[in-house]
Design a protein around this ligand. Structure first.
Ligand SMILES: [Fe+2]
Length: 219
C-alpha cells in the first residue's frame, strides 16, 4: 500500500526527500503531479477550512499513534484528515460562511461536500484508500448521520476517528456561527452527543484518554 504523508505538503522542502524514499523513479512524475494538484485543491479552500484541515492532519497522526495503529493506517488517517473537507471548495460561500443557522435547503447543499470531496479525490488513484474517510466522516454511530446513514461498525473505522477529531477541532476553534469553546466545554458537548448515540462509545473513551494525556504532556 503506497500512501503519502500530508506533511509533505506543509513542509515543501522535504517533498523530494520523502518522495524518493517512498516511490520509485518511475512514479516520480505522477507523484509530483498529484502533490501539485492536492496543493492547488487545498489552497482553493477558504482560510478557516484550510487551517482546520492542516490541524486535523496533525491530530490524526497524534491520535493514530496513541491508538497504536499501523503506520499505513496512520498515513491514511492523516490524508483523510487533511482532505476530508476538500469538497467544501464547491460549496457556495454564502452557505459555507453563513453566520446564522442554515436553512433546510442550505443544509442539503452543505451535506454535498462529502460526495463532492470523494469524487474529486477519486481521480487521484494513490489516494483511493482515503475515499471512505472523505465520504463517511459525517455518519453517526446511531445511523442519523450522512450521506448514507451508516450505523455502528458499518462506518469505516478511520472515518469514525476523523469525525471525532473533526468535531473537537470545530468546537475548540471559532467558526462564523460560534466562538471557540474551551476544551472542557467541547468535551462536555461531545459526551452529551455520545450519550445520544452519535459516537462509538469505545472511541469516545479512547479520545478522552488521549486528551487527558495531552493535557498532562503540555503541563
Ligand atoms: Fe466535513
Amino acid at each position: 500500500m503506497e500512501v503519502m504523508s500530508p506533511m509533505m505538503i506543509t513542509r515543501p522542502q522535504t517533498i523530494q526527500t520523502v518522495i524518493s524514499q517512498r516511490f520509485s523513479t518511475v512514479d516520480l512524475d505522477e507523484t509530483a503531479n498529484i502533490l501539485s494538484t492536492i496543493g492547488r485543491l487545498v489552497g482553493a479552500l477558504d482560510r478557516d477550512t484550510r487551517e482546520h484541515c492542516e490541524r486535523l492532519a496533525e491530530e490524526c497522526r497524534a491520535f493514530g499513534e496513541f491508538l497504536n495503529l499501523p503506520t499505513d493506517e496512520i498515513y491514511i488517517l492523516m490524508w483523510g484528515g487533511y482532505l476530508h473537507d476538500i469538497g467544501k471548495m464547491a460549496i457556495p460561500t454564502e452557505v459555507l460562511q453563513k453566520p446564522g443557522t442554515l436553512t433546510a435547503a442550505e443544509w442539503e447543499v452543505m451535506k454535498q461536500h462529502t460526495l463532492i470531496g470523494e469524487s474529486i479525490c477519486a481521480a487521484l488513484q494513490p489516494l483511493s484508500h482515503i475515499l471512505p474517510v472523505i465520504r463517511h466522516h459525517h455518519e453517526r454511530w446511531d445511523g442519523s448521520g450522512y450521506p448514507d446513514g451508516l450505523a455502528g461498525n458499518d462506518i469505516p473505522d478511520l472515518a469514525q476517528i476523523v469525525q471525532v477529531l473533526d468535531v473537537y477541532d470545530a468546537l475548540t476553534h471559532p467558526r462564523c456561527y460560534k466562538p471557540a469553546f474551551s476544551a472542557q466545554h467541547a468535551l462536555r458537548i461531545m459526551l452529551e452527543d455520545a450519550a445520544k448515540g452519535w459516537y462509538n462509545p469505545e472511541l469516545i473513551q479512547a479520545f478522552l484518554q488521549f486528551k487527558a494525556q495531552a493535557v498532562l504532556v503540555e503541563g
